[in-house]
Design a protein around this ligand. Structure first.
Ligand SMILES: Cc1cc2nc3c(=O)[nH]c(=O)nc-3n(C[C@H](O)[C@H](O)[C@H](O)COP(=O)(O)OP(=O)(O)OC[C@H]3O[C@@H](n4cnc5c(N)ncnc54)[C@H](O)[C@@H]3O)c2cc1C
Length: 508
């Protein structure tokens, strides 16, 4: 029997799924998801992400069953699985979406390509996220991406001839128990396309009225933001369908000013999503190497297990930082500004290299999307060479984003007893005040892990001194040429830096 395999990866849906549509058009199809223990053993993978994926797979299985098809779940190494399948029941083609993942998935996909070549199997891959594989330069990319998002959305085929595995595979219940030993996030978003669609409908129904006003504070952001990130990251929804639904909302029933601006701002962020995934596609090394090599050696030698542990355990002593860590642990989500603040605190006052911090945060985020994540880690740590150094002071952020301490008291029970007067710097409470409110600094709430003002001053000075070096400045042109977003025509070299900076600054 001649058939094709559709290999689901970070595209856990049937709608707008070109690999499936084309396979179903050509003949019988086997729908495959491979639970890869080696993938889930990577330092950026976590139980909360797998929990979300497992729920999404259940939804996918239901959607397939409605079409008389089955999702075949196999545990193992993809090449070994393909090899076994092909030996027992040869297939003619493997269909998948292009994946812009981490270094591990990059190598795995190369191994799959080699296997396909060696076995005369056609491996056909379709783009997603507006990403252009093999892109030589960024000029013109934006219009290609916009055309992709505006392009036809492929409806899921109503039915096709289903192919089952040629062996009995028990459901992979605890397949990842040995590799995923961390805890799930009790309050995380639930996975699946149905949840994703409801989340999208809720957001569009609100018209994004509170989006711009509410996105920065960790108090208002959970309701004001779309919360679509995990559904986009794992492909329960496609960027294209979300982009088109947003466009339709903008063109449909009348919106007030706040709603229109909110939806337009949201639409820009969808474009940023693609922009950052394209960055990683074009330069996979940005996952582990400074975008600008001039920053090599800046923080590496000063790594401190103690400062890192304080951050990860939410014991930095700065209430807003520790509350964000607590929320992240519990929910697997934080708004953009608080994510940026956590990285900035790690990179400047705590002077930690971005890579271990990035692995820790990746595991915390249910919506981990390597392209966005690693670019942001580098941007917020000041190692890209094309972004103005932006350092978030956690005390200022607390005053701006949580002036009455509602957020920190929600996530840090000891702070509920601390009077308003000491909300931002509780460690300064004199012993009498501590006795009155029943909170002991150093016991119930931590003392700051470093002296903030001095640490900020010193870290900024070190980064600025490096930036000022002629060889570092010279290296910036190459980075801009490769990565910065450009609009319309090609810009003269002398203008490139400022244009790139402008586009990057929007991201804050
Ligand atoms: C250090 C750091 C790490 C991050 N890691 C991730 C990650 O792993 N996965 C992830 O999806 N986002 C990441 N972001 C970007 C952003 O914080 C999240 O996309 C956003 O908070 C998700 O919530 P939302 O879906 O409600 O966002 P909304 O504000 O409603 O945005 C809608 C969508 O636009 C995209 N988006 C929003 N902001 C950005 C941005 N700044 N850059 C690129 N795309 C954006 C996302 O796909 C998001 O779902 C990171 C930001 C920082 C500072």
């Amino acid at each position: 029997m001649s058939y094709r395999i559709v290999w689901f990866k970070r595209d856990l849906r049937l709608h707008d799924h070109a690999p499936l549509v084309e396979a179903a058009r050509a003949g019988p199809v086997l729908c495959l998801y491979v639970v890869e223990p080696d993938l889930w053993a990577q330092p950026d993978a976590s139980a909360r992400q797998w929990g979300f994926v497992r729920e999404s797979l259940r939804d996918l299985r239901r959607a397939l069953a409605e079409r008389g098809a089955r999702l075949q779940l196999v545990v193992g190494d993809v090449v070994a699985v393909l090899d076994r399948l092909h030996a027992l029941q040869p297939f003619e083609a493997l269909h998948a979406h292009e994946e812009t993942g981490n270094g591990w998935t990059y190598d795995r996909d190369r191994a799959v390509a080699r296997w396909c070549r060696a076995h005369g199997v056609a491996w056909r891959e379709w783009p997603q996220n507006g990403v252009v594989r093999g892109l030589r330069e960024r000029d013109g990319w934006q219009s290609r991406r916009d055309a992709f998002v505006a392009g036809p959305v492929a409806e899921a085929p109503p039915t096709w001839t289903n192919v089952d595995l040629p062996w009995d595979e028990p459901p992979p219940r605890d397949a990842l128990a040995a590799v995923l030993t961390d805890a799930d996030a009790p309050q995380r978003q639930r996975g699946g396309r149905n949840e994703g669609l409801q989340t999208l409908q809720r957001f569009l129904a609100s018209g994004g009225a509170d989006y711009r006003r509410g996105m920065s504070s960790p108090l208002t952001a959970p309701d004001a933001c779309s919360r679509l990130s995990p559904y986009l990251a794992w492909g329960c929804l496609s960027v294209r369908e979300v982009g088109q639904a947003t466009q339709a909302r903008l063109a449909g029933a009348p919106l007030d000013r706040a709603q229109r601006q909110g939806l337009q701002a949201f639409r820009s962020r969808l474009a940023w999503h693609c922009h950052f995934v394209q960055k990683l596609e074009s330069e996979p090394e940005l996952e582990w190497r400074n975008l600008h090599p001039g920053y090599d050696g800046l923080r590496e030698a000063d790594w401190s297990d103690e400062r890192f542990a304080a951050l990860v355990q939410g014991r930095t002593g700065w209430p807003l930082v520790d509350a964000c860590v607590a929320m992240l642990r519990e929910t697997g989500w934080l708004n953009f500004r608080m994510r940026a603040m956590l990285v900035s605190v790690a990179a400047y006052p705590l002077w930690l290299h971005w890579r271990p911090v990035g692995h820790w945060l990746a595991r915390q985020f249910v919506d981990y999307e390597p392209g966005i994540h690693w670019s942001q880690l580098q941007m917020q740590s000041g190692t890209t060479g094309i972004n103005t150094t932006r350092v978030y002071n956690p005390l200022k952020q607390a005053r701006d984003q949580d002036p009455h301490g509602v957020f920190v008291r929600q996530w840090l029970p000891a702070m509920r007893r601390v009077p308003d007067a000491w909300l931002f710097e509780p460690w300064r409470m004199p012993p009498e005040a501590q006795a009155r409110c029943g909170v002991v600094v150093g016991q119930d709430i931590p003392e700051p892990v470093v002296a903030l003002d001095a640490a900020l001053r010193e870290s900024k000075a070190r980064v600025h001194a490096l930036c000022a070096r002629p060889e570092v400045q010279a290296g910036e042109v190459a980075v801009v040429q490769r990565h910065a977003s450009r609009t319309g025509r090609r810009e003269a070299p002398s203008r490139r830096r400022s244009a790139a900076e402008r586009s990057q600054q929007e991201l804050f």
